[in-house]
Write a protein that binds this ligand. Structure first.
Ligand code: HEM
Length: 335
């Protein structure tokens, strides 16, 4: 059998590749002869993926609860994947596909496209959250949740990491503390003491941090602080401000950032809140939240007023945050 010139050229390129690393092509060709064909199930590690659902009770609906959390965490991972690429200006790919490292500058359209991807992930999560609102029997939920104490979605580290990568860390400070801390130039460690989520995990009766929060901090606090320091000049707002004046006017980018703000800080939290109302609201007084906190006063976006890009919104939009106004009035234009 004759080899075409194309095949011979490729063999030569392979030889060069292995020579470069002091390896012999001969050995690798042996390996190729012995190697099995790739299968779908091995590639996506299906068996492992499907072995990760381990309910604590026999209520069938608990599996829905576990899997939907896992699906959400995968979407969060996708969002973080995009955020990292923007933070480091996107990978520089050579024509042969080899990674040549991070680029020096960020392209505004690339930036907008990646933020749009994150918006798509969050839109998908917001829409599918009906699975949590309407897809489980309330009676089962209220029983099996008692076997899950004191764990809570509150402890989702990826959710907080998305926030850290997306905005200036100061914007994650509790809204009531922001005015008095503004302009004080506090470092990340100092600001962390006033992080907004402390309010969602403080015991109503004693004012102490809940076990849910203590465990969360023990595992992740140092990671969060390190990430916040890493993203000080790489979070999405810092990246936006580092663009040229002309690029900062890019309407596609501005719209994508504003949509992200609404998706993460209003739309998803509202759907999530809806599920808490559906399952925890009771006639004789509400079922306590997992961490023993007042979730009705904590979860609604209009109380938290988490805003990633305060400078992109006007006074009225700030005041109306989370009240349904933003969605209907701002996003009439789609690019
Ligand atoms: C029936 C479904 C759900 C209910 C009833 C529910 C309820 C709650 C409640 C009451 C809190 C307040 C903190 C606490 O005391 O535990 C909370 C926080 C939280 N949950 Fe859920 N949750 C549900 C599903 C989910 C899902 C699927 C996720 C996805 C990861 C999630 C992620 C979160 C996050 C990130 C927080 C913190 C929110 C914040 O700090 O603003 N939850 N949840």
């Amino acid at each position: 059998m004759e080899f075409t010139q194309e095949i011979l050229d490729k063999v030569k390129l392979l030889q060069e590749k292995y020579n470069l690393m002091g390896q012999s092509l001969d050995g690798y060709l042996d390996g190729l002869l012995l190697a099995n064909y790739l299968t779908y199930w091995d590639y996506i590690q299906l068996d492992t993926l499907l072995s990760l659902q381990n309910p604590k009770t026999d209520f069938p609906d608990e599996e829905i609860f576990i899997m939907y959390h896992q699906i959400t965490e995968l979407y969060f991972k996708l969002a973080l994947h995009e955020l990292k690429q923007i933070a480091y200006n996107g990978k520089n790919m050579a024509s042969n596909g080899h990674d040549l490292g991070w680029k020096d500058t960020l392209d505004a359209n690339y930036f907008a496209d990646r933020i749009t991807r994150i918006n798509r992930y969050f839109e998908s999560l917001t829409k599918s959250f009906e699975i949590m609102v309407d897809g489980m029997e309330k009676e089962q939920f209220l029983r099996y949740r008692m076997a899950l104490l004191p764990a809570s979605g509150f402890q989702s580290a990826q959710y907080r990491k998305i926030e850290i990568c997306t905005t200036d860390f100061f914007n994650l400070v509790d809204k009531d503390m922001r005015p008095s801390l503004q302009g004080k130039n506090l470092n990340v460690d100092e600001l962390f003491e006033h992080i907004y989520w402390n309010k969602g995990a403080t015991e109503l009766s004693t004012g102490k941090k809940t076990l849910t929060l203590n465990q969360f901090e023990k595992k992740y606090k140092s990671e969060f602080i390190a990430l916040a320091n890493e993203y000080k000049d790489k979070n999405m707002w810092a990246k936006y401000k580092a663009l040229s004046v002309e690029d900062q006017q890019n309407p596609k980018l501005i719209n994508a950032l504003k949509e992200l703000d609404v998706n993460v800080n209003v739309n998803w939290p509202l759907m999530h809140y809806k599920s808490a109302v559906r399952y925890l609201q009771q006639k004789e007084g509400d079922a306590p939240a997992t961490g023993g906190t007042n979730w009705q006063k904590y979860l609604p976006p209009r109380f938290q007023k988490r805003i990633f890009y305060p400078e992109l919104w006007n006074k009225e939009e700030h005041e109306e945050w989370g009240k349904g106004w933003v969605e209907t009035n701002v996003f009439k234009t789609h690019f």
